[in-house]
Ligand binder design. Structure first.
Ligand SMILES: CSCC[C@H](NC=O)C(=O)N[C@@H](C)C(=O)O
Length: 696
């Protein structure tokens, strides 16, 4: 087909925006995506990263107006992400890592989606807060800026290095010891560094003092010690202990408590005492939600942490000298994106809590003193507020806000009562079709076993009486989709695709199936789920049946799509229920989990054989014989989360079965579409396939 001329393309775009026709995929995915929001320890300075159609840069702002200022100048869609962003305590320097894919395994490993013959490196950069040329300090990752603001400790090759923050001298080894060093934590006075030494099955907490002093090991045992946190006076360290690897192989299928405890050590003595041991219940297992244990040492000698043991991810406080944990955040909601204020007196966080029944499917900002169960919800309404940080002067919260129409943007609000006001609206492209986006509504349906399943229903206005419909299945699986733009880039891309499908006449039902977060422990950690029986699939099938029962849906044109774990469930749906799901798009899904069930053990686990059989039955490849619906399979081959051969395996089986399948293979990108042009390509391919199969 002849491509339209540039002038024709411009006219079509202008017309579609003006006369109510469809907006382009470029328009709906052209939003700026913010991340890495961080405050300086003093004053009102903040910094964050923004991905503008693949061009990722650092922005900074200073109170009271917080007008954003672009600090770096990366001009290419080159897939090099910005992470570990921080401002030196004195506010003079901004330091960050550029490169890698930190949402996958081996975050440090460089990514090269531009197929450069000489691949980029993952490097640490610094730039003066007031402006100047950003400079590469060294190849490396996980930078920790000294409290004095003059040097940066970092990790390279599992060892610790240090360099002057202005790059005025070459990096030097700080300490080089057995195992892999990580989690560098400067002591408050900058005289020491606590760190984790991972030794493959056990780990120690170490303290570095100087090139002439031996590393001090803190309470070394036969366990895995992690998350070192200094007391404000620098005399103690709190840390999390879990069991070391080993022991008689346990059942694979049984659900077991995963023990963890918090311990406190005096630096002077080096031994540790037990501060709190989690209850030996399933929900008392070490939490796996955002920030995991979220261990902090706050003011008034208050050690704070997150635990799931009352059924919800809640915050607790316990005196550093010992005592009974105080539940800081009672209620049926989860806390996440937790940060401690510079004065260490408050915790601020996001929670799916508020006065409306819909708030369980949103996020709002809250705060609580580190030593008093006096939680306050600071935001409310129809929006989605996330990633709050308090400025070093304690005057303002800087946060990310979104709505059903507005993608994630940076905002400010007083640290107390008040409403967020946007500070980065100017970054939104002029052609962004906010006014054309619909507002999803909350739907709750029952799964066959009676479990309530929350979902968001996207309905186009007008159009034919019977419309095609799509079940959208998120990945993770511990994620929650909400009633607006999502705070993760991966799910912002899918929210954009859902809106685009609505604009092209589809109804979309985004389902929060079990294994997801936001609805309590039992929903998040259900029996017989995942590789242990895929019980969560019943929620997906129930969603298809719910759509088929709606008067405005054409039951013969129901499709499904999802990425990663969502691809896994999409493949399950097409294999097991092609009569219900007429077509689907499976983006880097997991298809054969048999090798995950029984990890190599000698002797094997008592139920290894059964687990192997259950794992296979939990895999979509077990249902190829009943797969008849057409499918588009998409995968990038530098995927560090789901191996590329998961799609090769399924494709070869579909080919043999004679299923109608199409493919899109993307060389050198990862699980997270590091290159914007690949994100666009994937969304366009998925939309085109669904429209072609179901739309007209
Ligand atoms: C065992 S399935 C792995 C799916 C994958 N999880 C982590 O990498 C996934 O769903 N990834 C993205 C989409 C996510 O974490 O949300």
């Amino acid at each position: 087909m002849r491509k339209p001329s540039l002038l024709t393309a411009f006219y079509l775009c202008f017309a579609s925006m003006t006369y109510g026709q469809h907006y382009s995929m470029e328009a709906i995915t052209g939003y700026p995506f913010p991340s890495e929001l961080t405050p300086a320890a003093q004053g009102s300075k903040v910094a964050w990263a923004v991905n503008e159609q693949g061009k990722r840069n650092v922005y900074v702002a200073t109170g009271p107006d917080f007008s954003p200022r672009k600090l770096s100048n990366y001009t290419q869609d080159d897939g090099q992400e910005i992470t570990s962003l921080s401002i030196s305590d004195n506010g003079k320097w901004v330091v960050y890592t550029r490169g890698g894919d930190h949402s996958g395994k081996d975050g440090f490993t460089p990514v090269n989606p531009t197929h450069d013959p000489i691949p980029p490196k993952t490097e640490i950069w610094s730039v003066p807060f007031e402006g100047g040329t950003a400079k590469v300090l060294s190849e490396g990752d996980y930078p920790a800026v000294s409290p004095h603001g003059d040097s940066v400790a970092f990790i390279k090759g599992g060892q610790a290095y240090i360099i002057a923050i202005d790059g005025s001298a070459p990096p030097r080894v700080l300490f080089s010891i057995k195992g892999n060093s990580s989690s560098l934590e400067w002591s408050p006075d900058g005289s020491k560094i606590a760190f984790v030494s991972d030794r493959n099955g056990h780990s120690f907490i170490g303290v570095y003092t100087s090139a002439t002093a031996p590393i001090q090991w803190i309470s070394p045992g036969f366990a895995q010690d992690n998350s070192p946190r200094w007391s404000p006076d620098g005399t103690q360290i709190a840390f999390v202990r879990t069991p070391g690897t080993g022991g008689a192989p346990d059942s694979i299928l049984a659900r077991r408590h995963k023990p963890w405890e918090i311990r406190v050590a005096n630096i002077s003595e080096g031994n540790s005492t037990l501060l709190w041991k989690a209850p030996a219940t399933l929900s008392g297992s070490i939490p796996t939600t955002d920030g995991a244990t979220n261990l902090h040492w706050g003011a008034n000698n208050s050690v704070t942490f997150l635990s799931y043991h009352d059924g919800w991810p809640h915050l607790y406080s316990i005196p550093g000298k010992g005592g009974t944990p105080l539940l800081l955040t009672p209620g049926n909601f989860m806390c996440e994106q937790i940060s401690l204020t510079a004065d260490k007196k408050w915790l601020v966080f996001s929670a799916n809590n508020g006065p409306s029944p819909q708030d369980i499917d949103r996020r709002h900002i809250a705060r609580v003193p580190v030593d008093k169960a006096a939680m306050e919800m600071l935001t409310t309404g129809d929006g989605i507020e996330t990633y709050p940080v308090v400025t070093g002067d304690g005057q303002n919260i800087i946060l990310f806000t979104a709505t059903a129409q507005q993608p994630l943007l940076t905002a400010k609000m007083p640290f107390g009562k008040g409403k967020p006001s946007l500070i980065s609206a100017s970054l939104l492209p002029k052609d962004f079709p906010a006014a054309k986006l619909i507002t999803p509504t909350q739907v709750i349906f029952k799964a066959p076993d009676g479990t309530p399943v929350h979902a968001q229903l996207y309905q186009p206005a007008g159009g034919p009486a019977k419309k095609p419909a799509i079940v959208y299945v998120h990945g993770g699986p511990q994620r929650q989709m909400v009633l607006g733009w999502h705070w993760m880039d991966y799910y912002s891309i899918d929210y954009a695709l859902n809106q685009y499908l609505v604009d092209n006449g589809f109804i979309v039902l985004a389902i929060n199936y079990r294994l997801g977060i936001g609805y309590g422990y039992e929903f998040h950690k259900p029996a017989n789920a995942g590789v242990l029986g895929a019980s969560e699939y019943q929620d997906v099938k129930a969603a298809g049946e719910w759509l088929a029962a709606q008067s405005q849906v054409d039951p013969k044109r129901i499709g499904i799509y999802g990425g990663s774990y969502g691809g896994f469930l999409t493949a399950h749906a097409l294999g097991r229920d092609s009569r219900l799901f007429a077509a689907g798009v499976d983006i880097h899904g997991v298809h054969n989990r048999s090798q995950f069930a029984a990890p190599p053990a000698t002797p094997p686990a008592p139920d290894a054989d059964t687990a192997e059989k259950v794992a296979l039955l939990s895999s979509p490849v077990a249902y190829v014989d009943t797969w008849t619906s057409p499918v588009l399979l998409i995968h990038a081959d530098d995927d560090r989360n789901v191996n590329f051969n998961q799609s090769i395996d399924l494709i070869n089986r579909l080919e043999k079965k004679g299923v109608n399948y199409e493919t899109l293979s993307i060389p050198d990108d990862t699980h997270h579409w590091m290159k914007y042009s690949n994100e666009l390509k994937v969304n366009k391919a998925a939309a085109e396939f669904l429209i072609r199969q179901l739309g007209k």
